[in-house]
Ligand binder design. Sequence first.
Ligand code: MEV
Length: 300
Amino acid sequence: MRTASAPGKVILFGEHFVVHGSPAIVASIDLRATAIVELARSGGVRLRDGSRGSPAVRAAEYILSRLGASAGLVIEIRSKIPQSVGLGSSAAVAASSSAAALHLLTGRVDHSLILEASYEGEKIVHYMPSGMDTSIATFGGSGLYTRSDGYRRLDIGLEEILVVNTGRQRRTGDLVLRVREFSEKKPELFKQLLDEVGRMIMEGLDYLRSRDLEKLGRLMNRNQEFLRMVGVSSPEIEEAIALCLEGGAYGAKLTGAGGGGCVIAVADPDKLDKIIPVVSRRFEVFRVRLGVDGVRIEQP
Ligand code: MEV
C-alpha cells in the first residue's frame, strides 16, 4: 500500500487566456487530495468506491502502461479540495494517484512522469487543458505558467488569500469551449484582450514583488472585467465579489474556470478575518495558505 498527496491551486491572474497562449500566475493552496493505492489480485485499475471515469484511474493506468506493468491496483481518494469549483481537485487527485502508484511499483518519485500521467488523467474532465493545474499539483509552490514554456516557479510573496466557494459546480471543459467560441466570433477583440492580459500579468508580478496589495486588488478587479466579457462570470460570482469588496477586500475575481465555482479576494493579512463574516452570510469562505509542497509520498 502507498499513500501520496497533492495540493489544489488558485489562479491569481490569467485563467482561460492561458489556454490561448498568454501567461498566468498560479499558486498551490494548503488543501490537498490524498490517494491510497494498493495492489489488487486481479488486473486493471479501479476506485475502491466503484466509481468510474476518474482522473485518478486514468493517471494510474498511464503509469502502468509506461512501466509496462500489468499489476491490478485499487485506489482510494480522500480529498479536502472541493470538487468542480476551480480549485484543481481533478489534477490533485490525478497527481496523487499516479505518484502513489509509481512509488508502490518502483520505489521512485519521478516528477516529470507524474506530470505526464496527471495530464492524461485530467483530459477526462477537461477540454484541451493548458497543463497548469497538473503542473502546480505536481511541483507545488507558486509561479508563472505558459502553455509554451510550462511552469516557472517564482516566490510570489503573497502568503494568504480568501477563497469563497459559491457552491455552484460546473464543468471546466464547457467553460473553456465557451471562451473558444467567443474567440472565434470576435477574433480581434479577443486578441486585444489576450495582449492586455499579458501586460496585466507583468504588472501583477511587479505588485507582488513590491507587496502592493492595494494595486494588486485593483488589477484583480480588472482581470474580472475581462472574464466577464468573455462570458465566464455568473450571478453567484458577482455576488461573492460584491460581498468581498463590501467586507474590505482590495480586489476579488473568479478563479479557475468560472461559471460558478470559486472567487478569490486579496486584503491585508489583518483584514482577512474581518471579511469572512460578511461573506459567510451567503457563501462558504476560507482563508488559504499559498505556495505549499507539490506531490509527495505520505506516511500511511
Ligand atoms: C482551469 O483551472 C483553468 C483554465 O484556464 C483551463 C486551463 O488552464 O486548462 C480555465
